[in-house]
Write a protein that binds this ligand. Structure first.
Ligand code: NAD
Ligand code: ZN
Ligand code: ZN
Length: 349
């Protein structure tokens, strides 16, 4: 089969590799119908994720059709259409049982296996370990494009942003970073009926998208002095009830410390590569709660139900479409997403 293979920092090829085979009774082999590229894949290609070794097939998002099941798999049959969960879930270890498969012990202590520690979804076929609990059925009538983003970024925005941030009806919510993950946080924050969703970014195209398609009620470009006052003026209490950080750099988390109101919540979504100094001497007396984490993607089945019910539309995330054989071109476009006015690329076989 053909697959996108990582060959060390800066090196990738679209090349012929052996087809995956069942290795364990719980495995499921999925023919990939649709996949996409994540910002994490770009981090891997920069060499930021040393656990990914030469020869690894990348990708942890996908929609496909089951072509083979292990002897221990009862829930799925050949021909079922499924969404791949970015986090592999055994369903039985101490972490999975309490809803935190991001630390699945059966997967080796890290639930992010696909395109990280085992071969991933940017390929014609993929082997899914613990297939019964790591794949989700797709209801009749839903297209690949309607559900592909439930693999990763929609649960990421919802779980790490909306649920961790405990968004309540009537809240003023600020989302710093209007990339795919920030937009996912905004579109799912709407499910909680906040009063305002204030999108922040440096990129006017993304801010416009936030307002047009993802539920932002207001947008603020943070590329000028005084942007924080602009945000505060949009809130009822001189600060936000919930600030979500969806960039992953010190400056934006530091901005969250400034924009949260007393008793508010800071939900960090971003993956950070550098320490950040927390003004705990001020935040403690303001009763601030702060959360962070690796997504579990345990809300994927609920999110699929909301999409089916017409309560959640994440399709506008798809801005560019490619065939599977155009994988390298898709990487070029996504790698310069800002310049190409791209949000997510959809790659279909
Ligand atoms: N916690 C998790 O489990 C998890 C899962 C997936 C992704 N993430 C992280 O979420 C973050 C966002 O992911 P993404 O794919 O949307 O990334 P992205 O790079 O596409 O988007 C980041 C956005 O932030 C904006 N930005 C950059 N600097 C800014 C600044 N100073 N002020 C305001 N906006 C700024 C950019 O213009 C861009 O639109 C990343 O750090 C990613 O690694 C976390
Ligand atoms: Zn991802
Ligand atoms: Zn587990």
């Amino acid at each position: 089969m053909k697959a996108l293979v990582y060959h060390g920092p800066g090196e990738k090829t679209w090349e012929e590799v052996p087809d995956p085979t069942i290795q364990d009774a719980n495995d499921v082999i999925v023919k990939i119908d649709t996949t996409t590229i994540c910002g994490s894949d770009l981090h891997i290609l920069k060499g930021d994720v040393p656990a990914v070794t030469d020869g690894r097939v990348l990708g942890h998002e996908g929609v496909g059709t089951i072509v083979e099941v292990g002897t221990g798999v009862a829930k799925f049959e050949v021909g079922h259409r499924v969404v791949v969960n970015c986090i592999t879930t055994c369903g039985t270890c101490a972490y999975c049982r309490v809803g935190h498969p991001s630390h699945c012990q059966s997967a080796g202590g890290v639930g992010w296996l696909l395109g990280h520690l085992v071969d991933g979804t940017q390929a014609e076929y993929v082997r899914i370990p613990f297939g019964e609990t790591s794949l989700h059925s797709i209801p009749e009538g839903l297209s690949d494009e309607e559900v592909i983003f439930v693999s990763d970024i929609i649960p990421t925005g919802y779980e790490m942003g909306v649920l961790n941030g405990n968004v309540q009806p009537g809240n003023d919510v600020v989302v710093i970073g209007s990339g795919p993950v920030g937009l996912a946080a905004m579109v799912t924050a709407q499910l909680k009926s906040p009063r305002r969703i204030i999108a922040v970014d440096l990129d006017d195209f993304r801010l416009e998208a936030a307002r047009r398609s993802f539920g932002a009620t207001h947008t603020v470009n943070s590329g000028h002095e005084g942007w924080m006052d602009e945000v505060r003026a949009l809130t009822r209490h001189g600060g936000a009830d919930v600030v979500m950080e969806a960039v992953g750099i010190p400056a934006t988390l530091e901005a969250a410390f400034e924009l949260v109101r007393p008793t508010g919540r800071i939900a960090n979504i971003g993956v950070h590569g550098a320490p950040v100094t927390m003004p705990i001497d001020r935040l403690w007396i303001e009763n601030i709660t702060m959360t962070m984490g690796l997504v579990d993607a345990v809300t994927a089945p609920t999110l699929i139900e909301l999409i089916e019910a017409g309560r959640l539309n994440v399709r506008p995330l798809a801005t560019h479409r490619f065939g599977l054989d155009d994988m390298l071109e898709a990487y070029d476009v996504f790698g310069q997403a800002g310049k190409n006015s791209a949000l997510k690329v959809v790659i279909t076989s």
